[in-house]
Write a protein that binds this ligand. Structure first.
Ligand code: KG4
Ligand code: ZN
Length: 345
C-alpha cells in the first residue's frame, strides 16, 4: 500500500461503447492507459453492434487489466481503489466493466468508485504524464464535450460539481460527422476520415444551413438532412461529384460543424463571464475544431485547454482520474451499483 503522503494508485475501467480500456494512475499521473479497440469488429456493419461489443469486452477485459498493471509496474495489491464507467453507454457493454470492477474491488477489499463517462471526458484535462508539469483549467471553467453520443456545454465548478448548461436537442456532433461520412461512402467511424480529407480541401467550397436554436442548445439534424439533399442534387447532374470533390465537401462540412459548435461556446462564455474554456470527447480530436478554438481563444481572450489526442477518445485514464477525485472526497460506491444506459450528471 502507498503511504498517505504518496498519491494512491487507482485502476480505471472503461467499457461504455466499443473500446475496452484499463488504466492505472497515481494521483493524476498516468502510469498506463491500455485501449483494445473493436474497430474491425464493427466496421463492416457501419456502426457499433451492441451485442458484438459486449462479447468483445468480455474477451478483452482481463488481458487489458493485466497489461495495465504490468505497464504501470505495480501489482493489484498496491491498488487503493477501482474506478469504472457506470454510464451513459450501451447497457451490455457497461455490464462487463461494472461486473468486473465490482468483483475486483470485492476480491481486493478496496473501494469502488463510479464515474459518469461524460464527466470522465471533462476530467481528462487533469491527467498528466510522469514528470509533466502542465497548466490545468481553473474553476469555474466551461467544457464543450463532444462525442459520438453527446454534445454538451458543461459548467465545471469543481471536479465533482458540474452542470450541463447547453446540449443537443437531436444528433450529437460526432453523429453528424459519422452520418455524413456514411453518405460519402466512408467507413465507420467517419469523423477522423472527414478530418483527414478536410485538411486537403477548401472549406469555402459549399455552404450548409445554420440551425436557429435559441439559447445554448444545439441541433445537428437539419444539417444532416440538408447534406443528404445536397449530395443527391449534385449527383443528379454530376454522378462522380462525391469522388471528385471529396476533400472540398469534407472541408466545407467540417467548417459548418465547427462554426455551429463554437458559436454557442462563445455565447456561453459571454453569458457566464467564464473565460477558461476546454474541449473534451472524441470530436475534440478534430483538427479543424482544435485550430478554430485556438483562434477563437485569442479573439475572445480565453485561456484554452485542448486535451492530448490519447485522452480525447474513450480511454480508462479519464475514468481513473474521476475515480481519484472521488477517492479523495471519500465518495465510494456500494456493491449494489448497476450500470445506467442514461446517466445524468
Ligand atoms: O468520445 P468518443 O471516443 O466515444 C463516445 O463516447 O461516443 O467519441 C467518438 C466520436 C465518433 O463519432 C468519431 O467519429 C468522433 O468521435 N471523432 C472525430 C474525430 N475523432 C473521433 N470526429 C471528427 N474528427 C476527428 N478527428
Ligand atoms: Zn466518450
Amino acid at each position: 500500500m502507498s503511504t498517505p503522503s504518496q498519491p494512491q494508485f487507482i485502476l480505471g475501467i472503461e467499457s461504455s461503447c466499443d473500446e475496452t480500456s484499463a488504466a492505472v494512475i497515481q494521483g493524476r499521473t498516468v502510469l498506463s492507459n491500455v485501449i483494445a479497440n473493436q474497430l474491425l469488429i464493427h466496421r463492416k456493419y457501419g456502426g457499433v453492434v451492441p451485442e458484438l461489443a459486449s462479447r468483445a469486452h468480455q474477451q478483452k477485459i482481463v488481458p487489458v487489466v493485466e497489461e495495465a498493471l504490468t505497464l504501470a509496474n505495480i501489482t493489484k495489491n498496491q491498488l487503493s481503489g477501482v474506478a469504472f464507467t457506470r454510464g451513459p453507454g450501451l447497457m451490455g457493454a457497461l455490464l462487463v466493466g461494472v461486473s468486473f470492477a465490482k468483483s475486483f474491488a470485492l476480491a481486493l477489499d478496496i473501494p469502488l468508485l463510479e464515474v459518469n463517462h461524460m464527466q470522465g471526458h471533462v476530467l481528462a484535462h487533469f491527467l498528466k504524464k510522469p514528470g509533466e508539469h502542465k497548466e490545468v483549467p481553473s474553476f469555474p471553467f466551461l467544457c464543450l464535450t463532444v462525442s459520438g453520443g453527446h454534445t454538451q456545454i458543461v459548467r465545471v465548478d469543481d471536479p465533482l460539481e458540474m452542470r450541463v448548461i447547453g446540449e443537443t436537442q437531436d444528433d450529437a456532433a460526432g453523429e453528424a460527422f459519422d452520418k455524413a461520412a456514411k453518405l460519402l461512402g466512408l467507413p465507420y467511424p467517419g469523423g477522423p476520415l472527414i478530418d483527414q480529407h478536410a485538411a486537403k480541401g477548401d472549406p469555402d467550397s459549399f455552404k450548409f444551413p445554420h440551425p436557429r436554436i435559441p439559447g445554448l442548445d444545439y441541433s445537428f439534424s437539419g444539417l444532416k438532412t440538408a447534406f443528404l439533399y445536397f449530395l443527391r442534387d449534385q449527383e443528379k447532374h454530376h454522378p462522380s461529384f462525391k469522388q471528385e470533390r471529396l476533400d472540398d465537401i469534407c472541408a466545407s462540412l467540417q467548417k459548418s460543424i465547427v462554426t455551429i459548435l463554437l458559436e454557442k461556446l462563445v455565447l456561453a462564455s459571454r453569458e457566464t463571464g467564464i473565460r477558461d474554456i476546454a474541449i473534451a470527447g472524441g470530436v475534440s480530436a478534430n483538427s479543424g475544431l482544435r485550430k478554430a478554438l485556438q483562434f477563437m481563444g485569442e479573439r475572445e481572450g480565453w485561456q484554452v485547454f485542448i486535451p492530448p489526442f490519447e485522452y480525447c477518445t474513450d480511454n480508462a485514464a479519464m475514468i481513473a482520474c474521476g475515480g481519484s477525485f472521488l477517492f479523495e472526497a471519500g465518495r465510494f460506491t456500494g456493491l449494489e451499483t448497476a450500470p445506467l444506459a442514461r446517466m445524468p450528471f
